[in-house]
Design a protein around this ligand. Sequence first.
Ligand code: NAP
Length: 333
Amino acid sequence: MAEMNLQVLLRRRPKGEPVPEDFDIVETPVPQPGPGEVLVRAHYLSLDPYMRGRMSDAKSYSAPVELGAVMEGQTAGEVVASNAPGFAPGDTVLGGFGWQRFSVVQPGRLFKIDPKEAPLSASLGVLGMPGLTAWVGLEDIGQPKAGETVVVSAASGAVGQVVGQIAKIRGCKVVGIAGGAKKCEFVTEVLGFDACIDHRGDLNAQLDRHCPQGIDVYWENVGGAVQRAVFPRMNDHGRMVMCGMIAEYNDTEVRPGPNLMATVRKRLRIQGFIVSDSGWPRYPQFRQEMLGHMASGRMAWREDVVEGLSNAPDAFIGLLKGSNFGKLVIKID
Ligand SMILES: NC(=O)c1ccc[n+]([C@@H]2O[C@H](COP(=O)([O-])OP(=O)(O)OC[C@H]3O[C@@H](n4cnc5c(N)ncnc54)[C@H](OP(=O)(O)O)[C@@H]3O)[C@@H](O)[C@H]2O)c1
């Protein structure tokens, strides 16, 4: 029997937390590349919190996935057929081909990588969009200096693990925030952060203990209660890198805003950013630097690999509740 494509489609827009019924899983014929096109087989799919935004048609920085369309996502895989110069069967490639096994793509949307440099899945995490996010946000906004205190929320996750390790390489005191003892132990023992706070415990008491000199750089990944506890502890001229607020992604109503007077008094910089605005042209420099850190043993990473594309909806629903431990990727076959 001929091999089929497997696709995960958006069936309907979630209200609050996504549920499995918001997705459809379908088998379709493998598409054939036309002139100038490439057929790619994805081996790994990255699952990321931003996908919750793509499921919604609320105003955002990017267009939503259409109902009935393949869910959007980054993949790593190999070329299986090519009608495009510069690409041949067997080439290892990255690109945004969505939640599906096979896709036909224009060569301009493909990024060729050397599979000998690192395990393929790493190019979706520590060497991929989340790692690039960490690197860009610290370069452009956080700008941590040796001796400063850097606090990183969702510290064991895809972005957080890279943020904290780069800040350590720059000579900072780094305090992570994560959910539960196991994640906190990983953050200090494997990633080498100076301390880790369990956000399920007393946030204020733990922040007082681990950040007695206040906070110079806060890396915001979660929002909610964590943000409320961190904000009053920001030092003069502190920087808040507003990367994401996953704790609020399933909200159905906008939460009331904080009082921002301290921003004036302390001359704080609070800046949001989206990695795709300026990140990808800098990818080669980022990748080289990260490969150097990995080779010298200064950049650890952890992946949470779920087998089978049809398990992607459940894995994604879990990501929004903290069920993942490390960068969440789907091993497609
Ligand atoms: N601005 C950009 O361009 C950009 C790019 C990539 C990612 N991001 C953002 O960066 C953040 C982290 O993404 P990631 O890919 O690295 O995800 P991740 O950290 O690998 O996974 C998400 C983690 O968020 C934590 N979390 C979930 N619900 C929470 C809650 N209610 N309160 C506190 N923590 C909660 C969980 O960790 P714990 O169990 O430790 O709580 C969960 O494991 C997200 O907000 C994402 O949207 C932004």
